[in-house]
Design a binder for this molecule. Structure first.
Ligand code: SF4
Length: 327
């Protein structure tokens, strides 16, 4: 194991904890994480490594219109990259390395969030503010190293009408349960990305099996944690109508849906530039057969197929509002 450590990240508590955890690792001190992260170096499959860095410009990005929850919403990042290998993942298209980056200056990131929330509330905006934590990595998978839950879940509890969403394809919930001594928190929704097992095994390599995710969901909902279900990307594989119908019926049977906080569905979707990058990286992927270019320059599954998916979700979960992304 190799650990690249930015010199300016050296004195952070989290850096020390990670280095202690991997006391046998080879440590390389670097000036800036981008010197590694933005370069294609060595055979990264053979040499596992992580990068510890300081985010010098923590920033909240406004989400595009029609993205999940209505109202003011932002992406923020505490880490980059993901060990899972979903064939459609735009991170694989945009990032040059596979190494996870952990930003250790949580206090700076939290100050940025606090300032943004105060700024918005000072404009008399009273509705929900949503913070999306997991668009740059699967932070639940990484939590045993990053201690994200331990720091950020209690942090967001101080705010009124703020919801932080952490989305995952792992089934790793130990630190969620222990962060508040098995007492559910009100401002964080743990949402699980789900797809039929056939799609998981074909396109979502190394993610947790469907059954393990269902078990994690049930453990959390039984204790009244806020749990969301995310169905993305919906993929029209051969025989998809039957496969998804059976899959949703299985979920209906095995999960107490009325205890689920929210359900979101989304197409496989790219802007045309990301799509070209993804195609270049993996020209033979079957995924490109499922999508087409739309008038708004988005590449996604055909509208009539998305409509079929939407009807199926509404029919299976009539008691829940189904949220969409970029319909
Ligand atoms: S789990 Fe999410 S972040 Fe990780 S590879 Fe899959 S889509 Fe990308």
């Amino acid at each position: 194991m190799l650990i690249y450590v930015e010199k300016k990240a050296e004195n952070y508590e989290l850096t020390k904890e990670i280095l202690n955890k991997f006391s046998d690792a080879q440590i390389l001190w670097i000036d800036h994480y981008k010197n590694i992260f933005d370069k294609k170096i060595g055979n990264q499959k053979l040499t596992p490594a992580i990068i510890i860095a300081k985010d010098e410009h923590p920033n909240l990005l406004s989400v595009p219109n029609n993205y999940w929850y209505p109202g003011k919403s932002f992406f923020f990042r505490t880490s980059l990259n993901c060990v899972f290998d979903c064939e459609y993942c735009y991170l694989k298209g945009n990032f040059k390395t596979q190494y996870p980056v952990i930003f250790v200056n949580y206090e700076d990131i939290q100050n940025e969030i606090t300032n943004k929330i105060h700024e918005i509330r000072n404009e008399w905006y009273q509705w929900q503010i949503t913070l999306y934590a997991s668009n740059y990595s699967d932070i639940q998978w990484l939590d045993s190293l990053s201690w994200f839950n331990n720091s950020f879940i209690p942090f967001v509890e101080q705010f009124d009408n703020v919801l932080m969403e952490s989305r995952t394809k792992s089934a790793n919930i130990d630190s969620i349960l222990t962060v508040n001594n098995w007492i559910p928190f009100k401002n964080t929704e743990i949402s699980f990305s789900l797809n039929p097992e056939k799609i998981i095994s074909t396109f979502e390599k190394w993610t947790a099996p469907l059954q393990a995710r269902i078990k994690a969901i049930n453990t959390l909902v039984d204790k009244w944690y806020k749990v969301g279900l995310r169905f993305l990307p919906l993929l029209p594989i051969d025989n998809y109508e039957k496969i998804y119908e059976e899959f949703l019926n299985k979920l209906r049977w095995e999960i107490d849906i009325k205890k689920i906080h929210s359900i979101f569905i989304a197409s496989l979707i790219y802007n045309q530039w990301d799509f070209k990058t993804m195609q270049k990286k993996n020209p033979n992927s079957q995924l490109w057969n499922f999508v087409k270019l739309h008038d708004n320059w988005l590449v996604k599954i055909p509208d009539e197929i998305f409509q079929k998916f939407s009807d199926l979700f509404k029919k299976t979960f009539p008691e829940k509002e189904i949220y969409y992304d970029f319909v």
